[in-house]
Design a protein around this ligand. Structure first.
Ligand SMILES: NC(=O)c1ccc[n+]([C@@H]2O[C@H](COP(=O)([O-])OP(=O)(O)OC[C@H]3O[C@@H](n4cnc5c(N)ncnc54)[C@H](OP(=O)(O)O)[C@@H]3O)[C@@H](O)[C@H]2O)c1
Length: 302
């Protein structure tokens, strides 16, 4: 573990501080961190998702590859991993990988309740703990607001019992943002998880500023539009200004766009490939995008 002063000195030597618009909080690996408003806990801005990419068979070649993904993720300063009981067994794969790699203690584990009745939620929660091979999680979210009026009080009950440190709600489409905003206005929440990307920037208008005002941490899903953005930029060169921001790939650019909004706590891109994981982590280092650069991207992908 490095002292913060050493990190600042090392960062200054690399020219990172000189390139930054302001003195920023960074983890021991130099990754930018943001604080969870309800507690002040600092979290690295690049997290990981498990939808699709972790839906593999235990022991398969893809499973072995995911071990390398997680090794790169934790060594590179990553912490937050998001999953759900309805990601085709991804949570059980994640639980097994975390146990085999001895990474449970390093991981900020986020999962969800996706159920339609109190009884279904209770059964699902018991299964979640078995799948994730843990007795508690860091964040429990109501998946896509499903049955939220029943499930949010249940999540709160689990928080009181020490089974989760934080609670939140999720959605993945701009059409869900108004419903998310209504809950943010009326219920105490630690986290919100929403979509935000260069081709779906709607959250910047009202929902992200609202979360900031209300002191709610924000996780960003679908920063690559579930991978579709890569097809859109196939054979296209990065914008001329990308190098100034230390960006060398489209993946880094899409992730930098997400974390450049000050209300965003972390982005949770998914990948099953170690090379892509290493690339994604680079987005958490160096300067953020200026307002003009963010606007140029929104225009390009409109
Ligand atoms: N309602 C909800 O709560 C909700 C909804 C959506 C998502 N989420 C969460 O947010 C996470 C992220 O969202 P997402 O998985 O839907 O989408 P995403 O992160 O936008 O995109 C993931 C996809 O991008 C591909 N990819 C990654 N890097 C790439 C690269 N350099 N070149 C080409 N393809 C690349 C991945 O494929 P490879 O694996 O082959 O790299 C994967 O298929 C999810 O995993 C989940 O944890 C939550």
């Amino acid at each position: 573990m490095y002292a913060r002063r050493d990190v600042l000195l090392a960062s200054a030597a690399l020219g990172l501080l000189a390139a930054s618009p302001m003195l920023r909080a960074e983890s021991a690996t130099g990754m930018l961190t943001r604080k969870v408003p309800s507690t002040g806990e600092a979290l690295p801005v690049i997290g990981a998702g498990t939808s699709g990419s972790f839906e593999v068979s235990a022991g398969s070649a893809q499973y072995q590859q995911l071990k390398e993904v997680l090794k790169a993720f934790f060594q590179g300063g990553g912490k937050i991993i998001d999953t759900s009981p309805n990601y085709g067994g991804a949570d059980a794969i994640l639980g097994q990988l975390l146990e085999e790699g001895g990474w449970h203690r390093q991981c900020f584990l986020a999962t969800k309740i996706a159920a339609d009745s109190p009884e279904a939620a209770r059964q699902q929660w018991a299964e979640t703990l078995r799948s994730l091979r843990t007795d508690k999680v860091d964040l429990l979210q109501i998946h896509n607001l499903r049955d939220w009026k029943t499930q949010l009080p249940y999540a709160r009950e689990l928080k009181q019992q020490g089974k989760t440190r934080y609670i939140g709600i999720t959605h993945y489409l701009a059409s869900g943002h108004e419903a998310v905003a209504e809950i943010v206005r009326s219920e105490p929440l630690d986290f919100v998880q929403i979509n935000y990307s260069v081709n779906a920037p709607e959250a910047a208008r009202e929902l992200l500023p609202l979360c900031r005002d209300k002191g709610v941490a924000v996780l960003i899903n679908r920063a690559f539009d579930d991978g579709r953005l890569f097809a859109k930029v196939k054979d296209q060169a990065l914008p001329g200004w990308a190098a100034e921001a230390g960006i060398t790939s489209w993946a880094q650019l899409f992730l930098k766009f997400a974390i450049s909004h000050p209300a965003v706590t972390a982005v949770i891109p998914a990948t099953g490939r170690p090379d892509r994981q290493l690339d994604q982590l680079k987005a958490g280092v160096g300067p953020l995008l200026s307002e003009a650069q963010q606007q140029a991207l929104v225009k390009q992908f409109a």
